[in-house]
Write a protein that binds this ligand. Structure first.
Ligand SMILES: NC(=O)c1ccc[n+]([C@@H]2O[C@H](COP(=O)([O-])OP(=O)(O)OC[C@H]3O[C@@H](n4cnc5c(N)ncnc54)[C@H](O)[C@@H]3O)[C@@H](O)[C@H]2O)c1
Length: 459
């Protein structure tokens, strides 16, 4: 099948590459010429495990192309996947400007495409425009209208929300728990089902449904996952107030099969490019229909509070005054391990806070440093270390923001020797309390008692 991916970001590049890998001819289109130039010269603009090798292999095989030429990309495609960003606008609504701009481009390009009556079977079949971006219910209808306003050619609409996780995106796309297809007619559903068959050979389901339901599935799934995170964070805060240990509570609670143990880890709250904006978009969908989403408003609020709670612990430790002359090391910038994505990462909020209090911040992340350096207002105000221990040199505290595997078993002796004060604020509960006590650290984590706090920390 001839496919065009509109938007060559985390979703467009990964899904386009995986679709090329099953033999389709895929063109990745982007309006950012730097991304396309980099891809055409053998580079990959994002970090995603396994992606670079797969991109290169499929490009070499002639199945994967990169272009900024909209007319060419749209006219040759049988199926067009719209994978552009849908960030929050200033009111928390999903901003559809990129989606609607792509729709306008598609309408203009297909109007000028060769007639639908001549040529090959592929050329005679109506194009399918698939919205893969996460969008509020009713967006497909707007896209359809925007395209139809520019062309008399027939085309079909479909919604195909994407569920991949950054850091495990290739595996998630190749072995999805499920595929959701929203469409208006059986033929479109069958053509998309056919495209996805190679990915569900182990029997995972393809659900074909109406378009509004498919659009809603993605928001419902992300809202549920965000709710789980805010729920366990609220329980963690209760644990802290009453001297319980959230890790023990979690174990006891999650052994109930009805609850399960996935996605119930306390921490700094959810970040990334999806949960924050998708929860806000659900809230604003409710507001626009005069239905108040009480639960999701609370989920968002708990998430905001979680970061401030953690910052309060830091402030308390440093006596609430200026941090001028203090060095704070930060381990982990990415919003989660396995990615260089720092959108809405808790680390950024924390580092902004530390900078505003006058601290010298030295950060380490295995893959997200280059992206962080470009972040306005933060990137050039911090120093970067090449490896975790180097960040600790002379530090008065370490703040752990991302649970990269390499932070799980550090050498505590080396850490203590490097640091000016052996103080750790662990936003990911990576270490056992008894191990930290034994190693002589002041240790603050989430939903557990502080270790060594209030005691003199350096002999
Ligand atoms: N990142 C994820 O983990 C993930 C997972 C599932 C779903 N989603 C959803 O997928 C969508 C895309 O997310 P992303 O993280 O890949 O975004 P991204 O910001 O990484 O990529 C979007 C790309 O679209 C390009 N673009 C913008 N307008 C364009 C246009 N008119 N024509 C061509 N290209 C254009 C941008 O230059 C950019 O490269 C969002 O709606 C998001 O919510 C993301």
């Amino acid at each position: 099948m001839h496919i065009t991916m509109v938007g060559t970001g985390y979703v467009g590049l990964v899904t386009g590459t995986c679709l090329a890998n099953t033999g389709n001819d895929v063109t990745c289109l982007d309006v950012d010429p730097r991304k396309i130039d980099l891809l055409n010269s053998g580079g990959v603009p994002i970090y995603e495990p396994g992606l670079e090798e797969m991109v290169k292999r499929n490009a070499r095989a002639g199945r994967l192309h990169f272009t900024t030429d909209k007319a060419k990309a749209y006219q040759s495609a049988e199926v067009i996947f719209v994978c552009v960003g849908t960030p929050s606008d200033e009111r928390g609504h999903a901003d559809l400007k990129y989606v609607l701009a792509a729709a306008a481009d598609i309408g203009d390009a297909i109007e000028k495409a060769p007639g639908a009556t001549g040529g090959s079977i592929q050329e005679r079949r109506s194009k399918i425009i698939v919205v893969k971006s996460t969008v509020p219910v009713g967006t497909n209808a707007k896209v359809k209208q925007a395209i139809a306003a520019r062309t008399n050619k027939t085309f079909r609409m479909a919604s195909n929300p994407e569920f991949l996780k950054e850091g495990a995106a290739i595996n998630d796309f190749n072995k999805p728990d499920r595929v959701v297809i929203g469409c208006e007619d059986k033929g479109t559903g069958d053509r998309l089902r056919d495209l996805y068959e190679p990915f569900v050979r182990q029997g995972n389901p393809i659900f074909v449904m109406d378009i509004p339901s498919a659009e809603m599935v993605k928001y419902a799934a992300n809202a549920m996952l965000a709710t789980k995170i805010s729920f366990i964070n609220e329980i963690a805060n209760l644990c802290e107030s009453y001297g319980a240990d959230v890790d023990e509570v979690r174990r006891g609670m999650c052994s109930d099969k009805r609850i399960g143990n996935q996605f119930l880890y306390p921490g700094l709250g959810y970040g990334g490019s999806c949960f924050p904006k998708d929860v806000l978009a659900c809230i604003s969908m409710g507001d626009q229909s005069e239905f108040t989403t009480h639960l999701l408003k609370a989920v968002h609020q708990v998430n905001q509070n979680q970061r401030s709670q953690f910052m309060k612990k830091l402030d308390r430790h440093f006596g609430g005054g200026s941090l001028a002359g203090k060095t704070v090391a930060v381990w982990g910038i990415a919003f989660k391990p396995g990615t260089d994505d720092i959108r809405e990462a808790p680390s950024i909020t924390l580092m902004q806070h530390l900078i505003s209090r006058g601290a010298n911040v030295v950060a380490y992340d295995p893959v997200a440093v280059d992206v962080c350096k470009k972040l306005p207002g933060v990137g050039d105000k911090i120093a970067y270390a090449d490896e975790p221990y180097a960040a600790l040199e002379g530090a008065h505290a370490l703040v752990i923001c991302t649970d990269w595997d390499e932070f799980r078993h550090p050498d505590f002796d080396v850490m203590r020797q490097k640091m000016a004060d052996p103080v750790v604020f662990d936003g990911r509960n990576l270490y056992r309390l008894d191990a930290m006590r034994e190693a002589g650290f002041v240790y603050h984590s989430v939903g557990r008692d502080a270790v060594g706090a209030g005691e003199k920390v350096k002999a």
